[in-house]
Ligand binder design. Structure first.
Ligand SMILES: *[C@@H]1O[C@H](CO)[C@@H](O)[C@H](O)[C@H]1NC(C)=O
Ligand SMILES: *[C@@H]1O[C@H](CO)[C@@H](O)[C@H](O)[C@H]1NC(C)=O
Ligand SMILES: *[C@@H]1O[C@H](CO)[C@@H](O)[C@H](O)[C@H]1NC(C)=O
Length: 476
């Protein structure tokens, strides 16, 4: 992580608070693997030996059968009852292992110390927890969506909030997301979720401390505070709104704020991506393809590969071979640094669609009603470049990397950022790409010209200017 973080030290003289999960010993190794793979939601403080009531290093003289105010008792994965003591379960506990997990109550004091108001405490309320649509990393039979707590923080206190919690990983650490929760795909329904992670298990009994009832151990939190860079790069989806083409094509009406950010988060959350391109505009020519599409698709494919996604290009069976040649040439000529891509063939049925007519009738929107998000762009290539650039910017964000690390188990390697940068579109690369398309007889959309032209606009100065502006914006 190196240069992107500065390190300072601070000590909190507060007690660590723990959640407790008690499982049959047969499940313990899988559960430990689950905790280690998802260390942000499930920070493991201590795993007891089988049948051990105390938690040696965490609290002297403790007895987990009595220390929690209340316990949830699960039988065959179903919550059966709540009890105040586990003493009557002593025979079963001989075969069970206790896991002590860090808890976010631990960082409320850190927030307060950093001058960040903790609204739920001020209002005497439990913090709201939400189930996201982001899956934790599976281990054995343990899997569940990531559950997050959400706290309103005044904008000018955001840096303080992120910095003061970042260095306390045993209390979940810093935020996995700052901003509009729907972007992070949180379920809008506030669900009062407990801490228990319920396996679909065969074991008879399983205990956990109840939702809010935690045990307190006498371990002081004494951690390095790792402060994220204060320059939190933010994505702006508002660029290029002044383009005259926007109004001439009447697509401004379809523009939705934040769709580019949503698209990039969704792509960044995924492990494999299908990209499809190719629109047979020129049925009088062979091939009928146009130059708007493949360059943008290749730009996205390259960046997604650099972000370690599996990328598959889905293409019309008729154009499969040509597209494979174009990709090979792009790699050979240095127009793109992609590894060989996997191609899938499909048969395209073209219904005579007039996009401007669809925009007017609004059925264009209906066509995409099943989409998670639709990024409207004047030219497909520009949209593809913008997605590649936005993915680059998003991946420079330390908060997003906290998610990638804890949600997807990815880790940053030192050479990665330069690889991403090398995947950004450049004027030279895109000019080379057009040369390749022309070599295969691919024509400009509006005019059917066979030259360095996309949709009736010559590469110089139009496309080169857009690419340069996008690069400048991205690198700034
Ligand atoms: C917090 O949650 C616990 C457990 O669900 C409940 O007993 C308690 O009343 C709640 N506290 C507040 C202040 O809402
Ligand atoms: C959101 O959560 C509620 C309650 O848990 C559930 O009924 C609903 O299906 C969820 N919605 C989505 C989109 O996951
Ligand atoms: C991009 O940035 C360079 C260097 O700062 C500048 O000279 C150039 O004019 C910019 N180009 C565009 C199209 O904004």
């Amino acid at each position: 992580i190196g240069s992107k973080f500065s390190i300072s030290f601070r000590t909190f003289f507060t007690y660590q608070i723990a959640n407790v999960v008690i499982l049959h010993k047969d499940l313990a190794d899988d559960f430990e693997a689950f905790c280690r793979a998802n260390s942000s939601p499930l920070p493991l403080l201590y795993r007891s030996k089988c049948g051990e009531w105390s938690c040696g290093p965490l609290a002297t003289g403790s007895d987990i059968r009595e220390d929690c105010p209340e316990y949830c008792v699960f039988e065959n994965g179903v919550l059966m009852k709540k009890v105040a003591s586990l003493s009557s379960y002593t025979p079963q506990l001989q075969d069970m292992v206790t896991f002590y997990l860090g808890c976010s109550f631990g960082f409320e004091s850190a927030l307060k110390a950093a001058g960040v108001p903790v609204r739920n405490v001020e209002q005497g309320k439990n913090v709201s927890m939400y189930k996201t649509s982001v899956a934790c990393i599976r281990a054995g039979q343990f899997h569940c969506p990531m559950v997050v707590s959400m706290r309103p923080v005044p904008e000018d206190k955001l840096d303080n909030a992120a910095q003061s919690t970042h260095g306390i990983p045993l209390a979940h650490g810093g935020p996995v997301h700052i901003g509009d929760p729907s972007i992070y795909m949180c379920n809008a329904t506030s669900t009062p979720l407990g801490v228990s992670v319920r396996p679909r298990q065969r074991s008879h009994f399983c205990f956990s401390s109840c939702a809010i009832e935690c045990t307190i151990v006498d371990m002081f939190k004494q951690n390095a505070i790792i402060a994220p860079s204060s320059e939190n790069k933010r994505l702006s989806s508002a660029g290029f709104l002044q383009s005259p083409l926007l109004s001439s094509r009447g697509i401004r009406a379809l523009f939705l704020q934040d769709e580019l950010l949503k698209a990039c988060l969704s792509l960044s959350h995924s492990s494999s991506v299908l990209i499809t391109t190719g629109f047979p505009t020129h049925y009088m020519h062979n091939p009928p393809e146009e130059t708007d599409g493949p360059p943008g698709a290749i730009a996205m494919a390259a960046m997604l590969q650099a972000l370690r996604k599996e990328v598959v290009i889905v293409t019309d069976g008729r154009a499969l071979e040509m597209n494979q040649h174009i990709m090979r040439d792009a790699i050979k000529k240095g127009a793109s640094i992609i590894a060989d891509l996997v191609f899938l063939r499909y048969s395209l049925v073209v219904l005579g669609v007039d996009l401007s007519c669809l925009v007017r009738t609004g059925s264009y929107c209906t066509m995409f009603s099943e989409c998670v998000c639709v990024c409207v762009c004047v030219l497909s290539n520009w949209g593809g470049y913008a997605v590649a650039c936005a993915l680059y910017v998003l991946n420079l964000c330390p908060i997003h990397w906290r998610y990638l690390h804890s949600g997807l188990g990815l880790s940053l390697t030192p050479d990665q950022q330069s690889l991403w940068m090398a995947c950004l579109p450049t004027v030279a690369k895109e000019e080379e790409m057009l040369h390749i398309l022309v070599k295969y007889g691919v024509r400009s959309g509006k005019t059917a010209n066979l030259g360095l032209e996309v949709d009736g606009l010559t590469f110089h100065p139009y496309h080169s200017d857009v690419i340069q502006r996008l690069r400048n914006l991205t690198l700034a």
